[in-house]
Design a protein around this ligand. Structure first.
Ligand code: GTR
Length: 330
């Protein structure tokens, strides 16, 4: 175990043993702690809180969930590891930081693999989503549901990006995943993988020129303040996941497992509804904060530039078959 993770585990151990547990109702037999990188009010945070309310009600007050927003339990990648170890019970995260750990998440994280959010929902809510859940299970994570992550686009502090050539030589933060490092080099830019919480100051101090994300993240992280050029190239429509630690899952009775799975599934449309509202709100908020949005770009050259990424990640007959199935999903 690396030093940073050990330290995070220790800090979390202290939080969990002390202050946070006081927030749980005394009569809760089972207390589940859920990590999220986003702040209060963000659709993912509020959807898991909704799940907690349902769970408490439907278990007659026996099972409680407390959401720790704003990376209070560590940055996303560390929170995922701690959930695998059972230090944290639940985690809501993007597929990105899972890519290197759970290879089954890679194909659905490829740039431009989905035509729309609706296409992504249809794929993830069907047999392909179930197959990917088996991949998570191999790493001690039980999938409760797949959330929405909108469409990720580039933003930077230097200039409007109108075509692929504009990205040449620029430095962009990506999530800690090889897929996105390869994506950036295919576009002629440089990738700097780093945790979400370091992006604001890295842009501000010029360590990187920009990053990429959906509008709600661009808005709530404050990145729009330091990187005002946002281009709607929508290179990544990718799923997010709400998962439970296998260790926490196994402590539940089969009836409670079924209840948790049920409310987890029910939280999916709740989240997606909150999401659609938030996207509209955030678009207005970033413009108000001074963002300049480049909307009318020709996406085809961006799609074409991804050919080497597809060659690398869609190399086996199984991977090719999966891509064909995704493309054929209506
Ligand atoms: C957001 C996503 C987060 C996190 C973040 C990032 O869109 O919801 O879970 O992955 O992006 O870029 O690190």
């Amino acid at each position: 175990m690396n030093m940073k993770l050990t330290r995070t585990l220790l800090i979390c151990g202290t939080i969990l043993a002390g202050g946070a547990s006081a927030a749980f109702a005394a009569d809760c037999e089972v207390q589940l702690r859920s990590a999220d990188t986003h702040p209060d009010g963000y659709p993912t945070v509020e959807a898991v809180r909704w799940l907690g309310t349902q769970l408490k009600e439907r278990s007659q007050g026996r099972i409680c969930v407390e959401v720790f927003p704003a990376s209070a339990l560590g940055e996303e990648k560390d929170a995922i590891e701690q959930t695998q170890f059972g230090v944290i019970d639940m985690v809501r995260a993007s597929f990105g930081p899972f890519n290197n750990l759970v290879p089954e998440t890679q194909i659905v994280s490829l740039p431009y693999i989905f035509r729309s959010a609706d296409h992504m929902h249809k794929v993830m809510d069907g047999p392909i989503g179930d197959q990917i859940a088996e991949g998570f299970a191999k790493h001690d994570l039980v999938v409760l549901g797949y959330y929405d992550g909108g469409a990720r686009s580039f933003y930077n502090s230097q200039k409007p990006i109108k075509e692929v050539a504009d990205l040449k030589g620029m430095k962009f933060r990506v999530m800690q995943s090889d897929v996105f490092v390869d994506m950036m080099s295919a576009l002629g830019a440089n990738a700097t993988p780093m945790p979400y919480g370091e992006v604001y100051s890295s842009i501000q101090t010029g360590v990187i020129d920009g990053a990429e994300n959906n509008q709600p993240s661009y808005d709530t992280s404050g990145h729009a303040e330091v990187a005002k050029y946002y281009t709607l190239d929508e290179h990544l429509i990718m799923p997010e996941v709400l998962a439970v630690s296998k260790l926490s899952w196994e402590k539940l009775s089969p009836e409670d497992q079924a209840l948790l799975k049920e409310v987890g599934q029910e939280s999916v449309p709740v989240m997606r509804d909150l999401w659609n509202k938030k996207v509209a709100e955030s678009e207005a908020a970033v413009v108000k904060a001074g963002a300049e949005i480049t909307r009318d770009i020709d996406k085809q050259p961006f799609i074409d530039a991804m050919a080497p990424v597809y060659e690398k990640y869609v190399a086996t007959p199984e991977a090719k078959d999966l891509v064909a199935k995704i493309q054929a999903t209506e």
